[in-house]
Design a protein around this ligand. Structure first.
Ligand code: G6P
Length: 610
């Protein structure tokens, strides 16, 4: 996830572009850059790190000119560095890009075979090469971009300038967001409304498969096939605070809503529906390596530890490898028996959590192979690991993790399918069915979000005064029960316990009375009958039982006080769906209590202390 901006007008463009990037910095901040037309040339300034570094670089090498583009980066391909920062320049062309080009490896190879050389590790540089090549074939920048994009697969929002046309910016969109702004004698583009809000409130939302040419006098929109698109501007009347969070009250809610997009970005280029397989080159394991794994250790903290518990179910079920999940702080505190033949998977959204980092280092020193699952490119854990399978959730601002959790689940499931297939324990048909099912999950998550939001808000209103709340689940629902309880604790400060449903009778049942809401996860899966038994035990002790169950489950509906439903899916996909109402529940309770949802007391997003 990155932020892009563009401007065509009569004002000095650099301050306008910088201001837009400042409002988009929440989308990524590991490097930034501007490209501006000046005297028949394109001036480019880029800097690693936050925007203030770019500002400093610009104060030393100012860019004058009234037409330009800008970018703030959240690395997806290639670590944060100046050469990987945007804009990327090839010949007369400069490009900024938000998204992921799926076929960049094939395109890179083709271009290399034709004698082109590359300076960065990014997928974006490929687009700059393709546009520059097409420009050589003649015609306007617009048609060169159009022809270049027919070769590209994946997600993008791009803005392109060329010395051949100093008064235009050409933009295009597929999957990644892009908004156009219509000013007085000026036009703008940006990844999001906030970037443009100080300059104009008249905005046009570009749709997937569309491109536009920005000129001072206005914008012209076409589809990629050339068909002209007529679209009126929409008047936006957001306040600046609403704009920063795209209209959501808190980043956490925004991030819960972003999960479909985050999941799609994470699956993109890895799930291959055509071959029914997983592209696993980032996993860094050959078929022989996969076959040689004797044991897997999953190391993590906090929410990542919960996704790791689900990961154990996936790996044991699909890849048939003995798997242990460890709290990183406990693992490193012992003298763990780990070494050659073991695959250690360090799961960490930040990639910086000290306990996870040190635990992974310890395992590596003892001879284990380390694979990271992280969200922040180039962070400490990926840097010390043998390979990294990144989640592409984009920056997560809310301290309570939501979209990073579900994208970690996605990577763990894809990894398990990959390992199972390479080890020959997962049949082709089952593998293809899992790939197909996985591809549908992001959309289903959004359906659950939209479909349950009001009911969950009502439940939160009814139960927000409860002092204790229990979350119960078996099998794959157990880590989700833990995660539901952790979310509630973290942001609403309510005492909540997540328990394996079968363990309830060994302790937590003593807590139950009519004042204790019990959220029971009972999707129709292999643990269903036993979970129903536990649900009844809670009900028999007068608990207020809220079930998260499968649509059409009348049996559960008859026993419980309230039922929140998810669509019927294969067992392995239930965590992606059951967690959504629990995230919402925690959010609504916290919001009703008026706590600081995005920055709860005593917590931090990245914990680099022991
Ligand atoms: C902190 C955060 C949690 C996160 C945990 C592990 O406690 O508040 O949201 O789950 O650290 O972080 P990691 O970056 O390693 O996933």
């Amino acid at each position: 996830m990155c932020g892009i901006v563009g401007y065509v007008g009569d004002e000095d463009s650099a301050p306008i572009l910088l201001d837009g990037l400042r409002r988009l910095e929440y989308r990524g901040y590991d490097s930034a850059g501007l490209a501006v037309h000046h005297d028949g040339q394109i001036g480019v300034v880029r800097a690693v790190g936050k925007l203030r570094n770019l500002e400093k670089a610009l104060s030393q090498a100012p860019l004058a000119g009234t037409v330009g583009i800008g970018h703030t980066r959240w690395a997806t391909h290639g670590r944060p560095s100046e050469v990987n920062a945007h804009p990327h320049v090839v010949g007369p062309v400069a490009v900024v890009h938000n998204g992921i080009i799926e076929n960049h490896l094939q395109l890179r190879k083709r271009l290399a075979d034709q004698g082109h050389s590359f300076v960065s590790d990014t997928d974006t540089e490929i687009i700059a090469h393709l546009v520059a090549l097409e420009l050589e074939n003649g015609g306007e920048l617009e048609s060169a971009v159009r022809r270049a994009l027919t070769q590209v697969e994946g997600a993008y929002a791009i803005a392109v300038i060329s010395t051949s046309e100093p008064d235009t910016v050409v933009v295009a969109k597929s999957s990644s967001p892009l908004v156009l702004g219509i000013g007085d004698g000026a036009t703008y583009c940006g990844s999001d409304i906030p970037a443009l809000l100080p300059y104009t409130r008249e905005m046009i939302f570009l749709e997937d498969g569309e491109m536009a040419v920005l000129r001072r006098e206005g914008v012209s929109i076409t589809k990629l096939d050339g068909t002209v698109v007529e679209r009126e501007a929409t008047h936006i009347d957001w306040s600046p605070v609403m704009a920063e969070k795209a209209g959501f009250k808190h980043f956490m809610l925004k991030e819960i809503y972003e999960q479909q997009r985050a999941m799609e970005d994470t699956l993109r280029g890895r799930l291959d529906r055509e071959s029914g397989d997983i592209h696993g080159h980032e996993i860094g394991l050959s078929t022989d390596d996969a076959k040689a794994i004797k044991r897997v250790y999953l190391l993590a903290c906090g929410t990542s530890h919960h996704s790791a518990i689900a990961g154990r179910y996936y790996i044991e079920k699909l890849a048939k490898i003995p798997t242990t999940v460890e709290l990183a702080s406990e693992f490193r505190g012992r003298d763990p028996i780990v070494g050659e033949g073991d695959l250690v998977i360090a799961v960490s959204q930040s990639g910086e959590t000290l306990d996870t980092l040190e635990a992974a280092k310890l395992a590596k020193a003892k001879g284990a192979k380390v694979l990271a699952i992280a969200n922040v490119i180039g962070s400490a854990i990926p840097r010390m690991s043998d390979a990294t399978f990144y989640t592409h959730a984009g920056p997560e601002i809310g301290v309570a993790s939501t979209k990073c959790f579900t994208t970690q689940l996605a990577n763990l499931l894809m990894l398990s399918i990959f390992l199972g297939a390479r080890r020959g324990v997962l049949g082709d048909e089952e593998r293809a069915a899992l790939v197909e099912g996985m591809a549908r999950v992001p959309h289903l998550m959004n359906d659950v979000l939209v479909g349950t939001k009001q009911l969950v808000a009502n439940l939160a209103r009814r139960y927000n005064h409860a002092r204790d709340v229990l979350f119960l689940g078996r099998g794959l629902s157990f880590p989700i029960a833990l995660e539901g309880a952790l979310k509630l604790k973290e942001i609403s400060y309510v005492h909540a316990e997540g328990y394996a449903a079968g363990e309830m009778k060994h302790g937590p049942i003593a807590l139950i009375d009519e004042n204790v809401p019990v959220l029971v996860l009972v999707p129709k899966d292999s643990t269903y009958d036993k979970s129903i038994g536990n649900l009844q035990e809670a009900k028999a002790r007068d608990a207020q039982v809220i079930a998260i169950a499968t649509e059409g489950d009348d049996e559960v509906a008859a026993i419980c006080n309230d039922v929140v439903t998810i669509p019927a899916v294969d067992e392995v996909f239930t965590p992606f769906l059951t967690v959504v109402p629990l995230q919402l529940y925690a959010y609504f309770v916290a919001d009703m209590k008026g706590t600081d949802v995005d920055q709860p007391r005593n917590l931090a997003k990245t914990v680099t202390v022991e």
